[in-house]
Design a protein around this ligand. Structure first.
Ligand SMILES: NC(=O)c1ccc[n+]([C@@H]2O[C@H](COP(=O)([O-])OP(=O)(O)OC[C@H]3O[C@@H](n4cnc5c(N)ncnc54)[C@H](O)[C@@H]3O)[C@@H](O)[C@H]2O)c1
Length: 281
């Protein structure tokens, strides 16, 4: 029986994932090595739950109860007794594999270890553990409390039973799970990132301003948000990391990250989270 969820990484995604599990009645332990990230995550969650209360979608008592189910920690070893783990740290295969190896030693052998990775191979993360049948991808969408899709990724060795448990958890969170195979970028980013990358090329080549490109895609294609606004929202460093995985993993030059995207990331212009991307915030 899953009662306590460990969430690792309290950034953009980790705080949203922690929130939805706490709202659904699970005890949540949110872990980050960077203490300031934990403080920021707590205030983001408080604000987000407050908005649900304002809109009449959550009672004030349920908000308090959800916050009461949430605790934070700075070290992985505090996750020794959790029943399920979702990892949401930086999109870097070596760092993630190191965390999966450590989690394999810390958690009970029956515990499923899920990654929120946007593009990294679940099979590779599974191979860093002695329980590859219990390693899977649980790819939430940003912002987690509002977006209903969860892409569930089955690694080469992931068992049917683990997929079933993850599917049931998604349903308990009020999310819709969709299964994808373990190829670079899975379904969502295999399709989304080439579009974002092409939009960046269009800026670089002067085909249109960011405003013009976003307006064409919003009004012409009925997208709720233009690709450059979306890239700023996701984080330009995250977009670059995913494109690198697509390019390296599939080998087709069509996935080559645009030089302008590389330049913006090198300058620390990471989008909304840094105050500057294709737009100013
Ligand atoms: N940003 C998005 O829109 C989005 C959407 C879906 C999936 N993802 C994926 O989610 C993951 C997290 O992305 P994010 O945007 O939340 O990143 P982020 O940079 O906002 O947050 C990452 C957090 O992880 C912490 N961290 C790093 N190494 C750690 C470790 N070893 N132990 C504990 N904490 C550690 C950092 O301090 C930071 O707070 C990535 O794999 C990303 O690809 C991102």
């Amino acid at each position: 029986m899953i009662k306590t969820i460990g969430v690792i990484g309290a950034g953009t995604m980790g705080n949203g994932i922690a929130q939805v599990f706490a709202q659904a009645g699970y005890e949540v332990r949110l872990c980050d090595t960077f203490p300031a990230a934990l403080g920021k995550a707590k205030s983001t969650i408080e604000k987000s739950l407050g908005k649900f209360v304002e809109k009449g979608k959550l009672s004030a008592a349920d908000r308090q109860a959800a916050l009461g189910r949430l605790s934070t920690c700075g070290e992985l070893k505090a996750l020794a007794d959790v029943d399920y783990v979702v990892e949401a740290i930086a999109e870097n295969v070596d760092v993630k594999a190191g965390v999966f190896k450590a989690l394999d030693a810390i958690t009970r052998p029956d515990v499923i270890l899920a990654s929120n990775t946007s593009s990294i191979s679940i099979t590779v993360l599974g191979a860093a553990t002695n329980r590859p049948d219990k390693v899977l991808g649980m790819h939430f969408m940003n912002p987690v409390p509002l977006m209903t899709l969860v892409e569930l990724i089955r690694g080469q060795a992931t068992s049917d039973e683990s997929m079933k448990v993850a599917t049931e958890l998604c349903t308990k969170l009020g999310k819709t799970p969709v299964e994808a195979a373990d190829y670079p970028g899975f379904i969502a980013n295999r399709i989304l990132m080439p579009m974002i990358n092409e939009a960046v090329y269009a800026v670089m080549e002067g085909v249109g301003t960011p405003e013009a490109i976003d307006t064409v895609m919003k009004l012409g294609m009925n997208h709720p948000m233009g690709p450059l606004t979306l890239a700023d929202f996701i984080g330009l460093d995250v977009c670059l990391a995913i494109l690198n995985v697509l390019h390296d993993g599939i080998g087709d030059p069509k996935y080559r990250p645009c030089p302008l995207l590389r330049r913006m990331v090198a300058a620390g212009h990471l989008g909304r989270k840094s105050g500057q991307g294709f737009y100013k915030y």
